[in-house]
Design a protein around this ligand. Structure first.
Ligand code: 4AD
Ligand code: MG
Length: 471
């Protein structure tokens, strides 16, 4: 057996009369008089291949084991299909069953399983229609992102996952330490494990100082942008916020471009181009999956995505946005006033009701943004930008960076952070500083936007959220 063989997506395009083998997992089997119809899929495309098994072509014992979930290979001939919605089907002459699946206990049954239930069997859910489509879109989107930046001369860099500096200054970081040991212990209920602390001095720890899982690759990306001009990083990031919402993960992926010789204007232009081009790519390359999401998950999806690729994003300052919200006449759960952090309900009102397409908000009060954002001449706001999308709210967060040493130092101190771990970050302003800017796209937020899926746990294969690290 070799990986170089035809996928179901290839077989569906073959001319009748071609001999072929179909590998995959059985979606369903339906028996009629003297004939069985088996739907097979290998995850290569949305459509299943229909396999026709006439009486006698496969031994009775084998046929019985070809049930939902079984892994099989069918050998036979591609023939024209009389059924609607498919040009061809495979007429089987033989089959090999690699792995049967007991119909009594196979958990991924035909229809009607809730997304909540499917999360509990995340190791199997990608065999179904919805999650097959989600993860194909995820894979295609990642490719589109790399090619978007590659075409524009951005260098793909890898920033560390373990870091000693807190990028967002928000304190929601997972510690990385070898001073903790897991210990098995017996309790009246049986065995469980608990932590044993081997020491409390960070100097004795693995990295000889406190270390954490990164919340963003930005600071290191800035270092490389200030030598390689245009760079981007695309990797996992971690946040220990205890928020169990449909938009937050403890482990999520972020795409972070960083550009030297670029200001907020250029940053906004890149973000807008980036979203439009990536969405266009998906409309072109994964039309089958998007059609499914449009039919079954979000009826306005295709219309919205097509609209987004063609229309200009609205741009407004935070101050203007607050004015619109204050005079909206809406009753929000959280009050709006200048200085307040915008909540998802505010972001949604702005994009869905006020504007009807993505909005880029800029120039937020410094108190609600991270220390590294460039101070405006008013001394009150910073050159921040958030891209807000209908249905999702914040999808991108970014800024022009503070490139002036003195101002940056005082912002770090004002934010209550120690200067010491940022010595190298400050060096970048000491030696050859340059105006620069960048942003981070939450990859899963983006996938929610393009698939219409309502819960962020359903656009990543194995989610990590408070209380959940299964699989
Ligand atoms: O706005 P954030 O916190 O920005 C940064 O981390 C910057 N350092 C990025 C940069 O300028 N290079 O996060 C960026 C994006 C958000 O807009 C959101 O889409 C996503 O990351 N995000 C999350 N996605 C899932 N789960 C979470 N807990 C998220 N927190 C942020
Ligand atoms: Mg943000």
């Amino acid at each position: 057996m070799d990986y170089r063989r035809q996928y179901v997506s290839d077989l569906l395009k073959l001319a009748p009369g071609t001999q072929a083998s179909a590998y995959g997992w059985v979606k369903t089997r339906r028996d009629s008089k003297g004939i069985s119809f088996v739907q097979v899929n290998d995850g290569s495309c949305f459509q299943d291949l229909q396999v026709i098994v006439n009486d006698g072509m496969i031994g009775d014992d084998d046929l019985k084991r070809i049930t939902t979930g079984a892994c099989v290979r069918f050998d036979g001939e591609i023939v024209e299909s009389p059924a609607a919605g498919q040009a061809v089907e495979l007429r089987a002459r033989g089959a090999e069953i690699f792995g049967p699946a007991d119909p009594q206990s196979y958990p991924l049954q035909k229809k009607g399983a809730s997304f909540e239930f499917l999360r509990e069997i995340a190791h199997l859910r990608s065999r179904g229609n919805t999650f097959g489509a989600v993860f194909r879109i995820r894979a295609e989107a990642a490719q589109a992102i790399h090619s978007f930046y590659h075409k524009r001369g951005f260098h793909y860099i890898q920033t560390p996952i373990i870091t000693a500096s807190d990028c967002e200054g928000a304190g929601a970081m997972f510690a990385v330490s070898t001073l903790l040991e897991s210990e098995l212990c017996s309790t009246p209920e049986g065995e469980s494990s608990k932590w044993r602390l081997k020491g409390t001095d960070p100097a004795e720890d693995f990295f000889a100082k406190p270390a954490f899982l990164t919340v963003s690759g930005q600071l290191e990306a800035e270092s490389l942008a200030l030598s390689m001009t245009n760079v981007y990083t695309f990797g996992p990031t971690f946040r220990a916020e205890n928020s169990s919402t449909s938009r937050h993960l403890a482990e999520f992926w972020m795409v972070e471009p960083e550009m030297a010789f670029c200001d907020l204007e250029g940053n906004m232009n890149l973000a807008e181009e980036f979203l439009k081009e990536t969405i266009s790519h998906l409309l072109d390359k994964r039309a089958d999956d998007l059609e499914f999401f449009n039919q079954r998950i979000e009826p306005t999806l295709l219309k919205t995505l097509e609209h987004v690729t063609k229309s200009d994003f609205e741009r407004m300052t935070y101050t203007e946005a607050v004015k619109h919200l204050e005079s909206s006449g809406e009753r929000f759960e959280y009050p709006v006033f200048w200085g307040a952090d915008l909540q998802s309900e505010h972001e949604r009102w702005l994009t869905e009701t006020k504007v009807g397409r993505p909005v880029i908000l800029t120039d937020y009060p410094k108190e609600i943004k991270a220390f590294y954002m460039r101070m405006n001449p008013d001394g009150k706001t910073v050159r921040a930008m958030d891209v807000l999308a209908p249905r999702i709210g914040e999808i991108i967060g970014g800024s022009q960076r503070e490139e002036r040493l003195d101002l940056l130092k005082s912002r770090i101190e004002e934010s209550g952070l120690p200067l010491e771990p940022y010595w190298w970050y400050l060096d970048l302003r000491r030696f050859g500083s340059a105006p620069h800017a960048g942003f981070g796209l939450g990859f899963e937020r983006f996938l929610m936007y393009v698939t219409g899926m309502k819960n962020i746990r359903d656009v990543i294969p194995f989610h990590r959220t408070p209380g959940h690290a299964e699989f």
